[in-house]
Ligand binder design. Structure first.
Ligand SMILES: [Cu+2]
Length: 164
């Protein structure tokens, strides 16, 4: 338990403590806000490896509208299908996009999915599939990106702020 009288009497010591705290959070704040960026017509990086249980964050770093849509025939059998917009199949996602651009997300918006089943996942962006906007997620125990090395949240809850 801390005593107010004690804190009030050691202002100099308190300052030292707060500086040490800043250094600590600065070290933790060097991670990026997302794993995979999206340029005008590409996922960057297009190939990304994560350990099982990792939540991958995509961020639209361009001015174009994109989707993240799995090829349901090119993901592990036991894996959950994933697509921005929450569709349950590749066909439903294509339909949704054609009818009202559903599933698309615009500049600076993010989409995330947690990968639990090891294997190879192929996905694409519906409006830019023809120009080669496809990507691969490899879920393997050997990946350096793990649930223990989380990216910063993009909703402002991260305490440290890095320079751009
Ligand atoms: Cu796209």
């Amino acid at each position: 338990m801390r005593r107010r009288a004690f804190l009030a009497s050691v202002g100099g010591t308190a300052l030292t403590v707060s500086v040490a705290g800043c250094l600590g959070s600065g070290g933790a704040g060097t991670v990026d806000e997302y794993d995979i960026g999206m340029s005008t017509s590409a996922f960057r990086p297009a190939e990304f490896a994560v350990a099982p249980g990792t939540t991958v964050v995509w961020k639209n770093t361009s001015k174009s509208t994109h989707t993240v849509t799995a090829y349901e025939s090119s993901i592990p059998d036991e894996a959950d299908f994933f697509a921005s917009g929450g569709f349950e199949s590749t066909e439903a996602a294509r339909d949704g996009w054609l009818k009202n651009s559903s599933g698309g997300f615009s500049s600076n918006e993010t989409y995330e999915h947690t990968f639990t089943v090891p294997g190879t996942y192929e996905y694409f962006c519906i409006p830019h599939e023809k120009t080669g906007m496809v990507g691969t997620i490899e879920v393997t125990e050997n990946a350096t990106r793990t649930p223990e090395t989380p990216v910063a949240t993009t909703d402002g809850t991260q305490s440290g702020t890095d320079a751009e």
